[in-house]
Design a protein around this ligand. Structure first.
Ligand code: ATR
Length: 287
């Protein structure tokens, strides 16, 4: 990579940010497209995020991604929030407009939908109610994606019911009914469901595994895990054993990067096997 006087700049702002795979992801696409661009890790603490975002147009940045702990805080800082990001309640992508204003969006719902389209093409919104495990930030993006895809009923299972109630209150629409359930009901809600999605951190390296009896779930229903370290969680292994289509979380991460790249660098990009292997090689937990 050669930096020139006209190199287009973007990056990811977070604290910590060193664990982020986004520089690798966008670096892969920069190499592949040959765009004169650079994508940098930008470590910024919570109390400096407003200064950092305001500096983006001053420094000539095209925009940035946001990660922990800035995704909600940015809602109060950017100049324009697209309606989808407002519904998700978080901004993960900022585009600097030609006049220097900051436009905030969220591409996680897009990433989820594209990954599902690619890895479970047989699924559609008429396949039946969808079970969503979890009610955190990832769950919100997944619920928005499912609602926009036309799913009529979403069953949320969460440990903290108040959080599920808040999600249902914010995201229910006349077309999409959201019901809330405790973990005691996790078997009952799987009956006649058309899709099951884990958005909790259970199963992630360092967290307890998600051990679920999937026998009530119709065998045609895909099982999606948004966790991608490890790639093959216990939940996905159990789903495969029981004959369900199983969809891992890496594709969601990769696809969510596309809209930002295309906006900042002006070239279309795809999620290919080569990209998956390149990122996968960095996900193997150190021994
Ligand atoms: P993210 O932004 O990745 O969604 P989050 O907002 O912290 O992260 O949400 C984590 C989700 O995992 C929540 O649904 C959380 O349940 P609570 O709302 O009850 O906290 C769920 N979760 C995490 N650890 C869990 C555990 N040990 N048992 C059950 N649910 C758990």
């Amino acid at each position: 990579m050669k930096i020139t006087g006209t190199t287009r700049l973007a990056g990811i702002i977070g604290w910590p940010v060193s664990h982020s795979r986004s520089p690798l992801l966008h670096g892969f696409w920069l190499d592949e497209t040959g765009v004169d661009g650079a994508y940098l890790p930008l470590p910024v603490k919570a109390d400096r995020i407003e200064q950092a975002l305001r500096a983006l147009p001053v420094l000539g940045f095209r925009g940035c991604n946001l990660t922990v702990p800035h995704k909600r805080a940015a809602l109060a800082i950017v100049d324009r929030i697209d309606p989808l990001a407002r519904r998700v309640g978080a901004i993960n992508t900022i585009v600097v407009a030609p006049n220097g204003s900051l436009e905030g969006t969220n591409t996680d719902a897009f990433g989820f939908r594209e990954n599902l389209r690619e890895l479970a093409p047989q699924w559609n919104s008429a396949s039946g109610p969808v079970v969503v495990l979890g009610a955190g930030g990832a769950a919100r993006a997944v619920v928005v994606a499912l609602s926009d895809a036309g799913v009529a009923e979403i069953r949320i299972v969460n440990r903290t019911l108040a959080r599920a109630e808040a999600l249902a209150g914010d995201l229910s629409t006349p077309q999409t009914r959201i019901t809330i359930h405790s973990w005691d009901e996790v078997s009952a809600v799987q009956r006649h469901a058309g899709l099951l999605v884990n958005t909790t951190s259970l199963g992630m390296v360092g967290e307890p595994p998600l051990v679920l009896d999937l026998s009530p779930l119709p065998v045609s229903a895909p099982v999606v895990d948004v966790v991608y370290v490890p790639l093959e969680t216990e939940l996905l292994a159990a789903a495969r054993r029981a004959g369900h289509p199983a969809v891992d979380g890496l594709g969601m991460l990769l696809h969510q990067g596309r809209p930002g790249f295309e906006a900042w660098f002006g070239a279309p990009v795809r999620v290919t096997d080569g990209l998956r292997s390149a990122i996968l090689a960095t996900l193997v937990p150190p021994r």
